[in-house]
Design a protein around this ligand. Structure first.
Ligand SMILES: CC(C)(COP(=O)(O)OP(=O)(O)OC[C@H]1O[C@@H](n2cnc3c(N)ncnc32)[C@H](O)[C@@H]1OP(=O)(O)O)[C@@H](O)C(=O)NCCC(=O)NCCS
Length: 195
């Protein structure tokens, strides 16, 4: 049995399974948002999947097995909500360095039962492989553990900000591309197949 990475389909049972995994991951603290899966499903189909550079991947726990993780991203551009919000918040030097030719890691989630075993790292490597942009950028809540993974993968904090007045604080993080991180080691005691 092995974790395999496949392209994210935009319809059918594997797409719905990927959304269910996403929903389960974001239903837990610190996000605790039971509606987020449904919202992201609509955003992917209505807006994000037609953006330049869109691509997504799923992780399956064996060939043809259950979906245990998903990720997607696209090329960032002025006129996009996240890009403009971050560009307004940072100084001109940081905007030039990090946002002028950037790939956005928009969403990543791993089934809570599979977290901490290298699936997220595998998905990030698949997403960023051979991307031609100068940087990869993302935002993550400061009270989530995800930023530890991103730091380990060479991301640095560019800025800390809120996306709405009463919203949670986020780290905006970035790393230069190309992505050159060695493949994840399997966690001790976990299925070797996750390597
Ligand atoms: C963040 C996430 C995608 C990482 O996937 P993963 O498969 O657990 O990640 P990996 O096993 O490749 O790496 C584990 C690292 O992620 C971090 N991490 C984040 N959440 C974790 C969790 N619930 N369990 C274990 N590690 C977690 C740890 O710091 C760990 O780093 P370390 O190995 O240096 O201690 C996943 O934990 C998840 O879906 N979290 C909820 C949703 C979320 O926060 N998404 C990102 C929003 S920007």
């Amino acid at each position: 049995m092995s974790v395999e990475i496949w392209s994210l389909p935009l319809e059918g049972p594997r797409f719905e399974d990927a959304i269910a995994v996403y929903g389960a991951a974001f239903a837990l603290p610190p996000y605790s948002d039971p509606d987020r899966g449904r919202e992201v499903r609509q955003r992917i189909l209505d807006v994000h999947s037609s953006r330049d550079g869109f691509r997504g991947f799923i992780a399956c726990d064996e060939p043809g097995g259950a979906v245990v993780g998903m990720i997607y991203g696209y090329h960032g551009k002025p006129g996009q909500w996240w890009h403009d919000a971050v560009a307004r918040a940072v100084d001109r030097d940081r905007e030039d360095r990090w946002l002028s030719d950037s790939y956005e890691l928009v969403e990543v989630a791993v089934d809570p039962a599979y977290q901490g075993h290298g699936v997220g790292q595998r998905l990030i490597a698949a997403l960023l492989q051979d991307r031609p942009e100068a940087t990869c950028v993302l935002s993550t809540r400061t009270d989530s553990r995800a930023h530890q993974l991103y730091r380990r993968l060479g991301f640095q904090v560019i800025h800390m900000m809120r996306f709405s007045p009463n919203g949670a604080p986020f780290f905006v993080m970035g790393r230069p591309l190309p992505y050159d991180v060695a493949p994840a080691e399997p966690a001790p005691g976990h299925r070797a197949a996750l390597s």
